[in-house]
Design a protein around this ligand. Structure first.
Ligand SMILES: [Zn+2]
Length: 224
């Protein structure tokens, strides 16, 4: 199953992507960690990509597509993948369609995990991260057992400098301008499912899993 997760920052794409990956045994490919691993790979492509990041510039589409192409050619992607953080623009979405088509593949479904801009700001500014293991907490909802200490590893929790109201509002604005049109792009070709992202994590996951199960059933019907 080839899936794309869309949604405002704070919508829970990472959490839901990981849970879907576990349930369906297909990799959750977060563009952020993918780029970090390429930069740390020591390969020429990593050095090129790093030269853009180091200057604070966006990675050009041609390199992004190449990074993604190499990743989804890996063995664990035989049965599909879940993209999180890509495509960021309609142009990238079109490139993705073309790339898949060359390999006689296609995207099965894009999910739009919907939360309001206010909810996104609130989630981002309430976020705390474990300095040791990276586990994410919300000071509003999933209060840790001991204040300021990670339940998983005992590491100290902190607020990322970027997780403030101004930066959050800017990220939402950039998302609405550049990435939200991708929702319409997939809707127009009948490949979009909207999910209410303002439920608790289990509720969002239940809706996603129901939709994905229907896709698997549909695919089995087509093949059988
Ligand atoms: Zn931790």
């Amino acid at each position: 199953m080839r899936l794309v997760l869309l949604g405002l920052p704070g919508a829970g794409k990472g959490t839901q992507g990981e849970r879907l990956a576990e349930k369906y045994s297909i990799p959750h490919i977060s563009t952020g960690s993918l780029i970090r691993s390429v930069v740390n790979s020591g390969l020429e492509l990593g050095a090129i990509v790093n030269s853009y990041i180091a200057k604070g510039n966006l990675i050009p589409d041609e390199y992004m597509m190449e990074i993604l192409r190499q990743r989804i050619m890996e063995d664990d992607c035989r049965n599909g993948w879940i993209l999180d953080g890509f495509p960021r623009t309609v142009k990238q979405a079109k490139h993705l369609d073309e790339m898949l088509k060359r390999d006689s593949q296609a995207l099965d479904r894009a999910f739009d995990i919907r939360i309001s801009a206010d909810e996104a700001v609130s989630r981002i500014t309430n976020r705390r991260v474990c300095r040791s293991c990276g586990q994410i907490y919300s000071i509003e909802h999933s209060l840790e057992k001991v204040k300021g200490v990670c339940d998983k590893c005992g590491g100290p929790l902190y607020q990322r400098p970027d997780d403030n109201v101004e930066v959050a509002k800017h990220r939402i604005q950039v998302y609405m301008e550049q990435t939200h049109p991708v929702v319409h792009y997939y809707a127009q070709s009948g490949r979009l499912t909207g999910i209410n992202g303002e439920q608790d994590i289990d509720g969002v996951f239940a809706d996603l899993a129901t939709a994905v199960a229907a896709l698997y059933a549909q695919k089995a019907g087509e093949q059988g």
